[in-house]
Ligand binder design. Sequence first.
Ligand SMILES: C[S@@+](CC[C@H](N)C(=O)[O-])C[C@H]1O[C@@H](n2cnc3c(N)ncnc32)[C@H](O)[C@@H]1O
Length: 232
Amino acid sequence: MKEFNPENISLLTCKSRFDLWIQFINLKSVSEIAEIGVFRGLFASQILKNCLSINRYYMIDPWKKLKDWNKPLNIDNQTFEQCYLETLERTDFAKSRRIILRGKTTEVINQIDDESLDLIYIDGDHTLKGISIDLLNSYSKVKDGGYIAGDDFCVSIWQHKSNYEPTLIFPYAIYFAEAVGAHIYALPFNQFVIKKDIKKKDFKFINLSGDSRYNNSSLLKQFEIQLKNIEI
Ligand SMILES: C[S@@+](CC[C@H](N)C(=O)[O-])C[C@H]1O[C@@H](n2cnc3c(N)ncnc32)[C@H](O)[C@@H]1O
């Protein structure tokens, strides 16, 4: 894999998260990639179509209704089965490069060798439980010098209505980067990326998103705002 600094991505030319990761993967010549949370295979198909350096694309998703996931996308089993079939159809052109691991992260991720991935893209269960499990399990699967990235790095934890669990990718991913001693970048389109660097062990938060609200990674304000919105 070529050496690459995420700060070199020409973020201004990216029109979507798809553009951003296609550019990133092509610049890094990523070969081994995993995606946690695949749903209808939209991201996977775009990446496989536009990134020919990819030799192996692991797709992790249970494609089933989960009893412990309080998020709007936790739909019925029949619709999930359709999403699974859609994913197969959408990525059929790249079937020799895809490996489907059907199950929750904890159930299937150990089918991937430790330190084998150049990049893992986390877009599954976005709750505090989900992102803790996904980041911890992903870290050991990525090579030294590889990247852990993800979607829904939203400045507000109240991504959905307040009867759903909050989305804790932000700020939790920043806390995780500090715990392992890594650089973490906030990128446009609610994306983040952590660079695994075992030798350096240096924590730094680099905000390239253009949104200064990421610079405050405490939670108190977010709960205060939510409490004010509740009608008593
Ligand atoms: C936002 S969608 C993924 C969208 C996809 N990454 C894209 O960009 O096209 C979230 C997916 O996460 C999956 N998911 C939820 N909990 C999960 C878990 N514990 N492990 C793996 N996947 C999970 C859901 O089944 C759902 O398909």
